[in-house]
Design a protein around this ligand. Structure first.
Ligand code: GLU
Ligand code: ZN
Length: 302
């Protein structure tokens, strides 16, 4: 068993992070496996060395030791670029030049008043740039052209789902779907299947390369979990929906699909999710107030 903790160094670690890290750590230790650490620092604007240093410090204080060298996403850009090249060459990506506002306007036009459908990454992309992008490339010509650098690239989900989905014979008929095993989520424990139609309607053409980053959270997390040999992904339930994107990418790139544990979110007294900007709940704050690592474990319900 190989588990991991993958924080972004964009703020202090909170109780929710501590819960994720402790679960992943204890799971690996109990199984005689490995617990790995990865710093998700592709957002160069928001990542700070001070926060990274604080992560190491907080984890050590919690008594969590990690195995092997720390992986840092900022050192993995060539791997992300190579995967984009593969997907581009297969015609699975297209250039998008829309602003957030363009997307909001395109979505509000037809059904005034009704909320536009939303997926793991916010509103489902209306497909404005599909078919003919900025370079005037139609679908069949896309991959004949070199992959543009510094462009926003979206996954053509209709095409991607067609090649990622496998045929499953299930009760009540058969279907084309992707599947993953969930071990923690209170409402989704067991095998979860997302059909080809659901991938198109409920996930849509997600961004895989951001113009300013040359990658995206989704692409990086999939490549890195595979590169680190992670067998069990432990993270908050807020990322459950995004798993459909991750499994699709694993299939397209012929990477193994780990087992997932999407744990409950740690909420504050008002029931709100702990936001990173809300420094009041930082681990460091509890520590400064005299809490012990055992107190932290108790506070997150362990
Ligand atoms: N870096 C992400 C975060 O800080 C975690 C991503 C993951 O565990 O897949 O929320
Ligand atoms: Zn667009």
């Amino acid at each position: 068993m190989i588990t991991r903790f993958a924080p972004s160094p964009t703020g202090p670690l909170h109780l929710g992070h501590a819960y994720s890290a402790i679960l992943a750590h204890d799971m690996a230790r109990a199984a005689g496996g490995q617990f790995l650490l990865r710093i998700e620092d592709i957002d160069r604007q928001r990542s700070k060395p001070e926060w990274e240093a604080q992560i190491y410090n907080d984890l050590r204080w919690l008594g969590l030791s990690w195995d092997g060298p720390v992986m840092r996403q900022s050192e993995r850009l060539p791997a992300y670029s190579a995967a984009l090249e593969t997907l581009w060459a297969r015609g699975l990506l297209y250039i998008c030049t829309c602003t957030r506002r363009d997307i909001a306007e395109a979505l509000s036009a037809p059904q005034e008043g009704a909320d536009p459908p939303s997926g793991p990454d916010g509103p489902i992309y209306p497909g404005t740039c599909y078919g003919q992008d900025r370079l005037g490339l139609t679908f069949s010509l896309r991959s004949d052209h070199a992959r543009p650098r510094e462009a926003t690239l979206r996954l053509d989900m209709a095409f991607a789902a067609g090649s990622a989905c496998e045929h499953h014979v299930a009760e009540g008929g058969s279907r084309w779907a992707i599947q993953f095993e969930e071990t923690c989520h209170s409402k989704a424990t067991g095998w979860n299947a997302i059909t080809r139609e659901q991938l198109v309607s409920d996930v849509g053409d997600v961004v895989l390369a951001r113009r300013d980053m040359g990658t995206s959270y989704h692409l990086s997390v999939v490549l890195d979990d595979a590169a680190q040999g992670v067998t069990h992904v432990t993270r908050g339930a807020d990322l459950f929906e995004a798993t459909a994107i991750h499994v699709t990418l694993q299939k397209l790139l012929e990477l193994p699909t780990p087992t997932y544990c999407h744990h409950r979110l740690i909420r504050d007294r008002d029931g709100k999710r702990l936001a990173k900007r809300d420094d009041a709940r930082a681990l460091a704050k509890y520590r400064a107030e005299g809490a012990s690592p055992a107190d932290i474990r108790r506070m997150v319900g362990l």
